[in-house]
Design a protein. Structure first.
Lengths: 252, 481
């Protein structure tokens, strides 16, 4: 589904990604871990098409298409979803209205008619249950005055509404208490299928108790320096990142 | 004669009645302004002596006044002797079909979702088969007449209801109120008059749309709305369609009077030609709008969406004279390219327990300048007066300006006055967030701007609100990225 080859990117002339290689197949869950400043969030943003980052080399193939050719909105319509670490507030725009606009533009992209009001509401109700989100929250201004937990649940709710092929969760666990974490993870797990894939970007192992990855990759100084199974995450939890850093420095 | 023919007949003869004929084609006052011109206008309109004297008095006062320089707007000095103050509507010049109309204008209509019939009306296409709107207008007039509501052009009102006009005209905005009001009083062309009798709730929005005859009201428009005790009316002015006009200077006056327990809601969408991308051309819009809550428990509410004109100078105000009276002002003012707007409101609290609320949302893009200027005045005997003002500015890009000039003048200790102001920029983060959900950049800006202006837009009547939303998006098209 997603094939990243030697991806390099910089922001304001500072090189952050220095040759990422990653293969993600449909049905898989990949976790990207790493110490602060290793480039995890940059990778997520570059894949989503944020303009602040300049791709200086490498290729990204997404379902047979050159992802880097597309603007952010087209990437989203093609099926890439990013759950933001810090979701922004949009005053006066309800989540409901936001989702209606988004969903209809995505449908138009695929040559489908806009969803009628009844089907849209049905879909909303269905997905609301999934992340235990309240109707009243969805009528309020998007993310305005939401608690940290509500914002993250709202991200997963949007993901459920848009049914992406590839979901990238950027530090979705940050700022969540254990109950909210469980709700968010349950939502993500319920959305998993053989047709879609998930990339979980996280600093801590905690989230991976709930969203069990097939592969774990450790990012350090803009490169994937170690890959393994979920056991690698447990090892990191126990030993910290220092040994990885040492290993990586020794190889360099 | 069939019913349809009869309606057509009525319609065309009415047109004649208002002088849109070949005879008047040549009728045009020479450039310049003097007493003779004022007399000419009055004579052309076949006005009574008292009105001529009223005009002459205004003209005399205007000559002694100076054009205000305090607004935060800049434009070349206006040569008042280089303007024509009267010209009859030209009928022969009207396009015969929409094919003859500027395709760019038609494209804009399409984007705004304006119906074909209305497109024709707006572009002045010769109306041949608009039976629908004629019959709608007729039914509309019948319903109003049954309730005793008067809704007609100002000239018509001068002829048919001189006592009402004489009593109320100039009582809210005196002839010498300000430079442009005095000018308007001397040379006003036409406008609208609405009268809602005691205890009547006007069952429909009064909109100039239905007043086919009074369409071409020209550059010096005058509106008077009188709401008697316990009545209610919602009045719509303007339209979302871009309006072009050869007259660069527009100076309108609007007066509203609300008696005890009466409520008047006045909504405006102003989209006069703003000039081109380089700031050439465009309308100067200098408007005086004021309402007086004369009776206890009366209410006047102004809602405006201002997207057009090169220069806007406009402060719809409320004089809260009656005890427990309420004044409201909801405004969205958008400026793009080289547009300049200096707009806001005045809330004058005179009566006890009076309340006012101000919500102003400015949006500046391009190289435009957008100023909010508002005054809250609480007089000595206005015990327990309350005001809440909220003035927000939204900036797009880094070459535009937003300014806020609040004036607060309190003479009564019991007053509660609150003022909140915010300035924000449309963040790239917000746009990226929308794009990441599949929403393109233009739609993202529209979504964010409409969200920002929602508090004001929701005050507009439903249909108007939908059009206004599209208009905001259209005005700001291409201003990001």
């Amino acid at each position: 589904m997603l094939s990243i080859k030697n991806l390099q990117a910089s922001v304001e002339e500072k090189e952050i990604l220095r040759g990422i290689n990653l293969e993600v197949k449909a049905g898989e869950v990949h976790a990207i871990m790493g110490p602060n400043g290793s480039g995890k969030s940059t990778l997520a943003s570059v894949l989503a098409g944020k303009e602040d980052y300049e791709v200086t080399g490498g290729e990204v193939d997404f379902m047979g298409k050159d992802l880097l050719e597309f603007d952010a909105d087209v990437r989203a319509r093609e099926g890439v979803f990013l759950a933001f670490q810090y979701p922004v507030e949009i005053p006066g725009v309800s989540t409901t209205n936001f989702m209606k606009t988004a969903l209809n533009q995505i449908r138009e992209h695929h040559g489908e008619k806009p969803l009628d009001a009844v089907s849209f509401l049905k879909r909303m109700k269905e997905k609301m249950k999934l992340v235990e989100i309240d109707q009243s929250l969805l009528s309020r201004s998007l993310n305005e005055g939401f608690s940290g937990g509500e914002k993250k649940r709202n991200e997963i709710f949007q993901m459920a509404m848009l049914e992406p092929k590839l979901a990238i969760l950027d530090e979705t666990d940050s700022g969540l208490d254990i109950d909210a974490l469980r709700i968010v993870a349950n939502g993500v797990n319920a959305l998993k299928s053989k047709e879609n894939a998930t990339i979980v970007v996280t600093h801590y192992q905690r989230l991976l108790d709930y969203i069990v990855p097939d592969y774990v990759h450790v990012l350090y100084k803009g490169r994937i320096v170690k890959s393994g199974t979920k056991d690698l995450a447990l090892e990191l939890e126990e030993k910290g990142y220092d040994w990885i850093k040492e290993e990586a420095e020794a190889q360099a | 004669m069939s019913n349809d023919d009869q309606i057509l007949e009525e319609f065309t003869s009415k047109e004649y009645e208002f002088g849109w004929t070949v005879d008047l084609e040549a009728d045009e006052a020479p450039k310049g302004l003097n007493e003779d011109i004022v007399r000419f206008i009055s004579a052309k309109k076949d006005e009574p002596q008292w009105l001529l004297e009223w005009r002459l008095d205004a003209f005399k006062k205007w000559k002694e006044m100076k054009e205000p320089t305090w607004p935060n707007v800049h434009y070349p000095k206006i040569d008042y002797q280089d303007i024509k103050y009267y010209s009859a509507p030209k009928k022969g010049a009207a396009p015969k079909s929409l094919d003859e109309v500027d395709p760019e204008l038609i494209a804009t209509f399409e984007k705004l979702g304006i119906s074909l019939t209305e497109q024709k009306r707006l572009t002045g296409v010769a109306v041949d088969a608009v039976i629908d709107s004629v019959s709608v207008a007729t039914t509309f007039k019948d319903t109003l007449a049954e309730l005793g509501i008067i809704f007609c052009s100002f000239s018509e009102a001068v002829k048919d209801h001189p006592e009402l006009i004489r009593k109320h005209m100039g009582s809210v905005v005196p002839v010498n109120d300000n430079y442009f009001a005095a000018l308007n009083s001397a040379v006003f062309s036409d406008g609208s008059f609405a009268y809602i009798p005691k205890g009547v709730r006007c069952p429909m929005e009064l909109s100039t749309y239905f007043r086919i005859n009074a369409a071409n009201t020209g550059q010096f428009e005058r509106t008077l709305i009188v709401a008697e005790e316990g009545s209610y009316v919602s009045y719509l002015e303007g339209c979302t369609a871009p309006q072009r006009d050869e007259n660069q200077l527009h100076a309108a006056v609007v007066e509203i009077k609300a008696a005890t327990n009466a409520e008047v809601k006045y909504s405006t969408v102003q989209n006069w030609f703003p000039g081109d991308k380089n700031g050439k051309g465009g309308i100067y819009n200098f408007v005086t709008k004021r309402g007086i809550c004369e009776g206890d428990h009366s209410k006047i509410s102004w809602t405006q969406v201002e997207t057009g004109s090169a220069v806007t100078w406009k402060y719809p105000s409320c004089i809260l004279k009656g005890d427990y009276s309420v004044g409201e002002f909801y405004s969205v003012a958008v400026t793009n390219n080289y547009q300049q707007a200096d707009t806001g409101t005045k809330m004058i609290h005179i009566g006890k327990n009076t309340k006012s609320r101000i919500v102003s949302k400015g949006i500046s893009a391009g190289k435009s300048q957008n100023s909010y200027r508002g005054q809250v005045q609480v007089m000595k005997r206005a015990d327990n007066a309350r005001n809440h003002s909220q003035c927000d500015s939204l900036l797009m890009g880094d070459q535009c300006g937003a300014h806020t000039f609040p004036y607060i003048d309190i003479e009564n200790q019991s007053a509660q006055v609150e003022h909140e102001a915010t300035t924000s920029k449309i963040g790239e983060d917000q746009i990226f967030y929308c794009q990441q959900r599949g929403i393109d950049e233009e739609s993202a800006v529209a979504l964010i701007v409409n969200g920002y202006a929602k508090e004001v837009l929701k005050q507009l009547p439903m249909e108007f609100a939908v059009e206004a939303q599209k208009l905001l998006a259209l005005t700001l098209e291409g201003s990001v990225g």
